[in-house]
Write a protein that binds this ligand. Structure first.
Ligand SMILES: [Zn+2]
Length: 296
C-alpha cells in the first residue's frame, strides 16, 4: 500500500536529484558484530557496494570493550575472538574506522540517563572509554584507520582533541541533518556559516582533523525518489559542489533497497562515490580551518 501511495505521490510531484555536483561516501555504524545475520548482511552489502562503485564503504566499529557490545556478545554466546575475527573479515571488503558510544558509567549502560549524547557529558568517562576502545582494537590487531564517526552524534572539543592526540585525522560526526546533530556540532556549523556538504578542518589544540559532514541516512530507501527528495532538502542552501557521507547502521540496513539506491547514484553523472583513498587525498590546504572551542 505504501509503495502504491508513493508511486502516485511521485507521479504528481516528481522528485529530482539536486542540481549539484556531489561526492558521496558511505559510512556504516557497526554495533552488533555478535549477530550472525547482521554480519552476513553487512558483508553482502560491502561486496555489492564495491561491485557497483569500484570502492569500499567505510565501517566505523564499536569495540569489544564497549559495555553494550560485551553484553550483546555474552547473550549471543559469541566470544571476543569471534568478534575480532569478523572485524578482520570485514577489513577485506571495507575500510574500518572507530564508532564511539559513551556512558557516564559503563556499568550503567542499560540506563538511558547514563548515555552521553549532549550536555550530560563527563570528560573523564569519555576519555577512559576512548582509551579502552582503542586498546581493545590494538589487542586484537583490528586494522582500523584514523577515522571517527560519533555515536549518538556526540562530539565536542575534548573528544576531538583526544582523537587528534590518538592520531585520528578524519571525522564524520558533524551534520546539518536535524536527526544527526548535537549542540556543539550545530553551534560550530552555524557560527562559522559552514553549509551542508562543505568539508572543513577543525583545530583541536592536539592536532587538526578533516571533517566531512554526514548528510543523510541511507539504510535502504523504498525508492530513489525518497533519497532525492531528502538530499535535495538538505542541500538547498549549499554551493554547487558538495561532499558528504551517507550513513546506515548494521541493525537497520535493508541490503537490497540500499544497494538499489547506491546503484542509481553510481550511474548518476552528477555523483562521484568516494573511497578512503580519495578522502585521504583531500587538499587540506583548500579547506577552511575552524577552532574547536567549548564542550557544548
Ligand atoms: Zn551508534
Amino acid at each position: 500500500m505504501r509503495q502504491v501511495l508513493k508511486r502516485i505521490y511521485y507521479t504528481l510531484r516528481p522528485s529530482a536529484f539536486p542540481d549539484k555536483q556531489c561526492a558521496f561516501l558511505f559510512v556504516f555504524h557497526v554495533e552488533q558484530m555478535y549477530d550472525d545475520t547482521l554480519f552476513q548482511n553487512l558483508i553482502s552489502f560491502c561486496n555489492g557496494f564495491a561491485e557497483e562503485t569500484g570502492v569500499e564503504p567505510i565501517c566505523a566499529l564499536m569495540s569489544g570493550a564497549n559495555a553494550r557490545v560485551r553484553d550483546g556478545a555474552a547473550k549471543a554466546h559469541v566470544s571476543m575472538d569471534t568478534i575480532a575475527g569478523r572485524m578482520h573479515e570485514l577489513a577485506a571488503v571495507a575500510t574500518l574506522g572507530y564508532h564511539g558510544h559513551f556512558w557516564i558509567a559503563p556499568n550503567d549502560f542499560q540506563e538511558y540517563e547514563s548515555e552521553i549524547r549532549c550536555n550530560n557529558f563527563v570528560k573523564a568517562s569519555v576519555m577512559q572509554q576512548v582509551e579502552s576502545d582503542l586498546d581493545w582494537f590494538d589487542q586484537y590487531k583490528v586494522p582500523i584507520q584514523p577515522i571517527y564517526s560519533a555515536g549518538w552524534w556526540f562530539v565536542n572539543s575534548d573528544l576531538l582533541a583526544k582523537l587528534a592526540e590518538k592520531g585520528f585525522g578524519l571525522d564524520f560526526s558533524f551534520s546539518h541533518s536535524p536527526w544527526f546533530r548535537n549542540q556543539f556540532s550545530h553551534r560550530i556549523l552555524m557560527t562559522q556559516s559552514i553549509p551542508a556538504g562543505e568539508p572543513f578542518r577543525i583545530a583541536t589544540g592536539q592536532g587538526d582533523i578533516n571533517c566531512v559532514q554526514t548528510l543523510i541516512g541511507c539504510s535502504g530507501p523504498d525508492r530513489i525518489e525518497d533519497f532525492n527528495r531528502n538530499i535535495a532538502r538538505l542541500l538547498q542552501r549549499s554551493p554547487r559542489t558538495v561532499m558528504g557521507a551517507l550513513c546506515s547502521h548494521d541493525y537497520d540496513l535493508r541490503v537490497e533497497s540500499s544497494l538499489r539506491c547506491i546503484s542509481a547514484l553510481a550511474k548518476n553523472p552528477s555523483v562521484r562515490i568516494l573511497g578512503y583513498q580519495e578522502l585521504k587525498a583531500i587538499d587540506t590546504a583548500a579547506l577552511r580551518t575552524v577552532r574547536a572551542t567549548g564542550s557544548l
